[in-house]
Design a protein around this ligand. Sequence first.
Ligand code: CP
Length: 294
Amino acid sequence: MLLDMADGYVEQNRSLDKRKNLLRGRTVVNLFFENSTRTRTSFELAGKRLGADVINMQVSASSVQKGETLIDTAMTLNAMHLDVLVVRHPDSGAVKLLSEKVNCAVINGGDGSHEHPTQALLDALTIRRRKGRLSGLTVAICGDVLHSRVARSNIHLLNVMGARVRLVGPRTLLPSQVERMGVEVFHDMRAGLEDVDVVMMLRIQNERMRGNFIPSIREYFHFFGLDYDKLALAKPDAVIMHPGPMNRGVEIDSDVADDVERSLIREQVEMGVAVRMACLHALAGPLPNADGGA
Ligand code: CP
């Protein structure tokens, strides 16, 4: 349902008049405790294109800096009668905790290494629009799976949608017993990419690493960086994805990332706005007096 709704919003976003007042009178607050370009901006655009009032809270300029706790921050915002709170937090589980303290809808914009559900939705939409389906496709998720909330959310969603998921990476960057999540595991990238339909690369998340997980950037790129040599093992029409931000020359070769025929990285960003519009629509719902529709 969300993907079908998002398909409609793709068309709206490509038209001259991108605004519909479906969520007029509704208030959306973006509360990001971690940096973001794509997620924060696309939620802001999504809310504004649906006619909602959107506030981006500057955590660095908020009372969090004076020691106010996450719960007190949530309860303070709750008193202002929000409709949707979009939260990103560096700690896994923080968004769920916060959601239990407020009356409004809460959307997880990424919590630690745990989940990034709207990223998985936009990835699914991107794949479905290019391939026409998700069921039966083989998707290789490659790189730093251990620290990746994008990988976890994608594993869940792709499995539900009937895709086959492979995880490819060095032992140090794959969670132990990850096979229990219904995936196949490969430590040799060439074997892992054989005949796949989609190659989803992940960023090396230096900011979440405590200690050394890879011998060197050079060696990592040699074995696990996506270049045309390794891509040749995938299906001839296999597509390349990356949630961004990318470390060019670390997990992905620049020419591969910018390949207009194979890379869907820019489409992923476009689909992000449409998917987030669908999520806001589904959660906030139109007011009876709102004009316009999706
Ligand atoms: N993919 C993603 O979450 O990007 P941002 O960190 O820029 O939001």
